[in-house]
Design a protein around this ligand. Structure first.
Ligand code: BES
Ligand code: MN
Ligand code: ZN
Length: 510
């Protein structure tokens, strides 16, 4: 995938044979008290003490400064990278620092960069993984629609990043780098899918992508098309798609380690390839961003790729219902009643609450076909989750406390944080319909929870968690390892959670 490779080198920083050597700097600590810096400072005849202790470079988070080493180190340039204060320093700060170093090196036009991992109490494998993720994801960009070079980064030569290992830690770091590369590659796939426009990324395109992944990684892919969806009576998925010329699909992507036959873990992702709102049309401002409404589905595909490459030890099945939500003479209308695959009837109050409709059929299909040990769904489901949590946390609802606790912990580890919202039974009253079993919206109050309460109607007794990623799948503001646009959220979170799944969820109650 990426043109940049990350390698571990057992080398002292002064001997790193690269064009730029990046070293971390803690904020508020004199050079003499920073392990890595003090040794370099001796070689550099006090240059660092002079520069840092004078307060010219303070070491604030993600700040960088470039120095020439004048033949005193093998590398001709030293890049100081601020880590901020050591108190509260965590893996996500390291991910950001690594991204800041990598993007600074790219701007310089150099081909090679070495990075010194900071001295701190974090576990070495996790550190190497975070540094690899940060660097590769920070360098991400989508170039395929640009026909002219990028002015700011026109000297894009960076192709090797070395992680410098102390003696005895080479293996630990290498394991982290490998995991980091696999995750960054999967996140890159997701970002490419989510950033690419709706005229290219149609439901059929997502299906082809899933089939290609199956080929490359030994997965099994089944694509249910319109006739099969009709035979299965998936009235909600078909209903949402009927306003568009693009036929809907239900993508099923299965991973099974050799011989595994136990109940799988099901991952379900919303795959609306463009959400205009349908007859309940959205306003024109920023509607172009609604190409991102398949971010949950893309994250499911990316996660399956990562799990296969990491040889995850359990069965996992990914399901992506995909459709385009457009208004037309064929489109569903407010007031229409749809019959879901489960048999439940749904009154459509607002055609813009389409995500829950397509997920209703995918969830029921997952339960019926796979009897999964648990289900996690990811969906850009509600604008209301942005009101509740902003862009800094995924909204989480569900019926399984252990699964929610597992996702909370994985969120802290990966920086893709999740925060719980309640699903008290009172909320379900808000979606009772006068003429059908349920309706697809329940007023302005508790909008995200209402989305969750609707989905809950289709999972039966299966332990289930819903992740509303509407606030976290897309950003208008670049961060060190997240350029503007698609964030690729979900892949790292789900992979981390699945590797730490509580055992009660993998062996379903008899
Ligand atoms: N895809 C949108 C939700 C969304 C909003 C995603 C902002 C990303 C950013 C979803 O289909 C939608 O339109 N939801 C409606 C639900 C409402 C009609 C109950 C919403 O949030 O307004
Ligand atoms: Mn919508
Ligand atoms: Zn939508």
């Amino acid at each position: 995938m990426s043109m940049v490779s990350v390698v571990v080198k057992r080398l002292k920083p002064e001997n790193a044979d690269v064009e730029v050597l990046a070293v971390p700097v803690w904020q508020g600590r004199p050079v003499a008290e920073q392990e890595g810096l003090a040794a370099l400072d001796r070689r550099l005849a006090g240059l660092l003490r002079d520069y840092i202790d004078s307060g010219d470079f303070v070491g604030t988070r993600n700040s960088t400064a470039l120095l020439r080493t004048q033949g005193k180190l093998k590398a001709p340039r030293l890049l100081l990278v601020g880590l901020g204060k050591p108190e509260g320093f965590g893996l996500d700060h390291l991910r950001q620092a690594s991204a800041s170093a990598a993007t600074a090196a790219r701007k310089l036009g150099v081909a090679t960069l070495a990075m010194q991992p900071p001295a701190c109490a974090l576990e070495r494998t996790a550190m190497a993984q975070a540094m690899t993720e940060g660097a590769l994801l920070g360098l991400y960009r989508l170039r395929k629609y640009k026909t002219a070079p990028d002015e700011e980064n026109d000297k894009d030569n960076l192709h090797e990043i070395q992680l410098l290992a102390a003696s005895g830690e080479q293996q630990e770091l290498t394991r982290g780098v490998t995991r980091g590369e696999i995750l960054a590659e999967a996140v890159t796939l997701v970002r490419d899918l989510v950033n690419s426009p709706g005229n290219e990324i149609t439901p059929s395109y997502l299906a082809e992508t899933a089939q290609a992944l199956a080929q490359q990684h030994g997965l099994r892919c089944t694509v249910l098309r319109q006739e099969e969806l009709r035979a299965l009576q998936m009235g909600c998925l078909l209903g949402v798609a009927q306003g568009s010329a693009q036929p809907p699909v239900l993508i099923v992507l299965e991973y099974a380690p050799h011989g595994a036959t136990e109940a799988p873990i099901a991952l379900v992702g919303k795959g609306i390839t463009f959400d205009s709102g349908g007859i309940s049309l959205k306003p024109a401002a920023n509607m172009e961003d609604m190409k991102m409404d398949m971010a949950g589905g893309a994250a499911v595909l990316g996660t399956l790729q990562a799990l296969a490459k990491l040889r995850y030890p359990r069965r996992v099945v990914g399901l992506v219902p995909a459709a385009e939500n457009l208004p037309s003479g064929h489109a569903i209308k407010p007031g229409d009643v749809l019959r879901a695959m489960s048999g439940k009837t749904v009154e459509v109050i607002n055609t813009d609450a389409e995500g829950r409709l397509i997920l209703a059929d995918a969830l029921a299909y997952a339960v019926q076909t796979f009897k999964p040990a648990c289900i996690i769904d990811l969906a850009t489901l509600t604008g209301a989750v942005v009101i509740a949590l902003g862009h800094h946390a995924i909204g989480m609802m569900g019926t399984s406390e252990p699964l929610m606790a597992c996702l909370r912990a994985a969120g802290e580890q990966t920086g893709e944080r999740v925060w719980p919202l309640p699903l008290f039974e009172e909320y379900s009253k808000q979606i009772k319909s006068d003429i059908a079993d349920i309706k697809n919206t329940g007023g302005r109050e508790a909008g995200s929870i209402i989305g969750g309460a609707f989905l809950k109607e289709f999972v039966g007794d299966t332990p289930w968690v819903h992740l509303d990623i509407a606030g976290t799948a897309w950003t208008r503001e670049a961060k060190p390892y997240i350029p503007k646009g698609a964030t690729g959220v979900g892949v790292r979170l789900l992979t981390e959670a699945l590797f730490n799944l509580p055992s009660e969820l993998t062996t379903p109650a008899a």
